[in-house]
Design a protein. Structure first.
Length: 310
């Protein structure tokens, strides 16, 4: 346990590098699955290991050890010094609070989105709102809705309308909002995993872009539509409700290049492949985190047996 319990806490340090490589070099659907799985597995593994470290600190206290009929751990037996165990306990408490808060917030936003979608009169799942600001988003629900403003419809021509609808419907049919929510949950449990969650918000847009390109057979036209919509919406405020996925993704008003130029560049380039090397490396990291967590739990089990429990 002395080594295994720390490995899942160190592996999230690879998140910034892994997020960038996977998002930019893997086919978007595979990238989304890999990033979401990584955020969930690494978040769960690191939280579990924080719990194990905190537990060893509790068992060192004679009063608490007596409640479980354990002999207090000695410095030789204990896999973590008391300050480490206390720090792990504080981090575990913070991770739990953040994960619960995010989970409740996401549930509320998705429930509100579903209720709003159910109240919207739609034709073939499409809702047109009278608004001069160019905007378009997919609103999850049972069923979901694609919402487009009159300003966006006036900005785009008929072929671009089809691309826009194909993009937004891809968000609904592939349940992209669930990938975003799960990745954010893992990042809430471990802030080191935030690059993975941010990358998921990009790869789902790339996934929808590729679906639109497949449906229309014109990657260059899809790139043109994304760029044209971004320029039209540049000086307007985002009106996307919570839980919805906008055509332009998250708006970023900083001068540096945001996700839209990257999406346009990706559409103008040949489609990305599955990249088996990155997929295998990601699977190896997740397997290492899972096995190390299981080994740490097993070692703690043996340790507690040795000091008089189970």
């Amino acid at each position: 346990m002395r080594f295994a319990v720390y490995l899942p806490l160190l592996l999230p340090l690879l998140a910034p590098l892994g997020a960038r490589l996977i998002a930019e070099r893997c086919e978007p659907r595979l990238a989304t699955w890999l990033l979401t799985a990584s955020a969930l597995v690494l978040g769960a593994a690191s939280t579990l290991c924080l719990g194990l470290l905190a537990f060893t600190g509790l068992v060192r206290l004679p009063q608490l050890a007596a409640l479980g009929h354990w002999a207090p751990l000695t410095a030789h037996d204990d896999p973590a010094a008391l300050p480490v165990a206390l720090a792990a306990g504080l981090l575990l408490g913070g991770a739990t609070v953040m994960a619960v808060r995010l989970l409740l917030r996401r549930v509320r936003s998705l429930a509100a989105a579903a209720l709003e979608a159910a109240c919207m009169p739609a034709r073939d799942g499409l809702v047109v709102i009278d608004d001069e600001a160019p905007d378009a988003f997919a609103l999850p629900g049972l069923p979901g809705r694609v919402v487009v403003s009159t300003g966006m419809l006036d900005t785009l021509d008929a072929a671009e309308h089809r691309i826009l609808l194909a993009h937004e419907r891809a968000h609904l049919t592939a349940h992209h909002y669930a990938f975003v929510a799960l990745a954010q949950l893992g990042a809430a449990a471990n802030p080191l995993l935030r690059p993975l969650a941010r990358a998921v918000t990009y790869t789902i847009e790339r996934w929808a872009d590729e679906n639109a390109a497949t449906a229309t057979g014109d990657r260059r036209k899809v790139a043109q539509t994304v760029g044209k919509a971004a320029l039209a919406a540049r000086r307007t405020l985002a009106r996307t409700p919570g839980g919805a996925l906008a055509f332009l993704g998250r708006r970023d008003r900083r001068p540096s290049a945001g996700p839209v130029p990257r999406r346009v560049a990706a559409l103008l380039a040949p489609p990305l492949g599955l990249h088996p090397v990155l997929a295998t490396a990601t699977a190896a990291v997740l397997a290492a985190a899972t096995l190390a967590s299981a080994e740490a739990v097993h070692d703690l089990h043996l340790l507690l047996r040795a000091v008089g429990t189970w």
